[in-house]
Ligand binder design. Sequence first.
Ligand code: HEM
Length: 574
Amino acid sequence: MPDSDPSEASSVASQVPVVPHTPSPPVPVTPPPPAAQSGSHGHSQPHAENASADRRQSSMKDELVVVGLAFVVMTLATSWYKRTTSTGTSTPPLPPGPKGLPVVGYFPFLGPNLHHEFAKMANHYGPIFKIYLGSKLHVVVNSAELAKVVTGEQDEIFANRDPHTAGLVTSYNANDVAWAPNNGNRRKLRKVLVYEVLSNVNLEASHSYRRYEVRKTIKDVYDSIGKPVDINEILFLTVMNILTSIVWGKGLAEGSKYGFSVEIRDVVSRIVEIAEGLNMSDFFPVLARFDLQGVKKKMEDQMKRFDQIFETTIKERTGSKSALIGEKDKQEGKKDLLQILLELKDQDTMPNSINMTQLKALIVDMFLGGVDATSAMVEWAMTEILRNTKVMTKVQDELAEVVGLNNIVEESHLPKLKYLDAVFKETFRLHPPLPFLLPRAPNRTCTVGGYTVPKGSTIFLNVWAIQRDPKYWDNPSEFNPERFLNYEGLEKWDYSGTNLKFFPFGSGRRRCPGISLGEKMMMHILASLMHSFEWRLPEGEEYDLSEKFGIAMKKKRPLIVIPSQRLIDDNMYL
Ligand code: HEM
């Protein structure tokens, strides 16, 4: 495929000067022609002397011209070389990339699984390439080394987003953490989320909510013993309920007091569904105001429903009756997140004070950031365990040893489940739920890997390809949790994003702030499902690993399996 794109001329030409061609070699100096060849007619002696003097003069002139030309060419060549090799003084070219069509860019040539397509292109174009999707320039980064430049050395520039339509609506116009530009407001909101809302103390204080929801799920599965169970469905529900109770307290999650939990579940599922579709407005900004597919309108309708839930519950909470509920929970060490956020909202003069819109946007962030990715991950991990008998035996042995077959899984067991932790890491390596993370957008034109990355372009960090790159991983497509156990201290494998060969939660300033909560939920739910039940496929079915690209990369076909009782004591299921 050719490396130039005709549509570049109009959209980025102003930012990228044309790089001159390699200079031609200097012209060789031609010796003066012999006298016999200089005239074809023959001449007398004096004339011959004059003619010879003329020839000498003109040949000197020629030499001077040639030497001059050579000098100019050499000077140009040197200056070109200096310009293209020095960092500060000239703009390097755009990254290479496939040629697209005018207007639509490369869209017509792409299949549904963008991460597969981009991994193939990375093999062809190298560690960084560009691609036009619609009228927008996208830059795809495919190596750990360049990912480090984007999320480390130049993180300040790249810690910006270019929110798509759905993101703008759900974030109350980027008034949140996920879609905000990299400014003081974003930093404040992120601090609030990380240090106030999702702090270790608060996560500890809300552990009984998680325990309650996980136990409820185990009981529901127990009631379905012998029947096919849609794992994705129960995971989505469990994570939704956990987040609902962490945010609003148990009353709302049970649905008994306000009856809102079903409504929240429905709103979140619909938002995820709408956001998963391709919205042309995001790739052709000139069309955005027409909202041709109605994505903006549909999203706004759902957000109105979310808003209604906020209005009602916040009014209740700030009224005398619910303030008492908050007080009671506080005494029991169960302060829900809404309560924490409302307290921050009231501290008008404090640096961490937030307004009502930001409060709502933070809660939406938690639901949209947490539910889909967490449930998708547990489903992937469970599929990998069930289809690898050796892995399953090791997981079950570890659970029997750490938890015991006369016991149920508690959060206190989780740090001891080292093998299950390695299973999750290996699952994250092969099935990162956000294969390109959340796209970034530099707020300045800059240089990455020797290429210009223009301000405002959309940056995909191709974590899916990096985590399967044979340059970094032995037998990369093999599911082998041991690689995260037996590394003998050579590499540090965790979710912090410091090792850019493995960063499923992102890296740098925009790294996921929900890692601890996500990890607790994933480990607790999966450990409980694997500890409490044996699982088998329905007759004639096979385990399937095909993927569906969306908000989070999920299984194309949901995992449907049949549970049977594993623990002898029936009381362990109540
Ligand atoms: C297994 C579960 C989860 C996975 C795999 C996951 C993954 C990610 C990833 C890959 C990013 C983008 C990072 C980047 O652009 O560099 C992200 C961002 C984010 N996640 Fe998570 N996440 C999970 C759970 C959660 C939870 C439970 C919450 C909240 C309670 C959450 C809230 C967020 C937010 C707010 C952002 C935006 C951060 C920013 O832009 O500064 N996530 N997550």
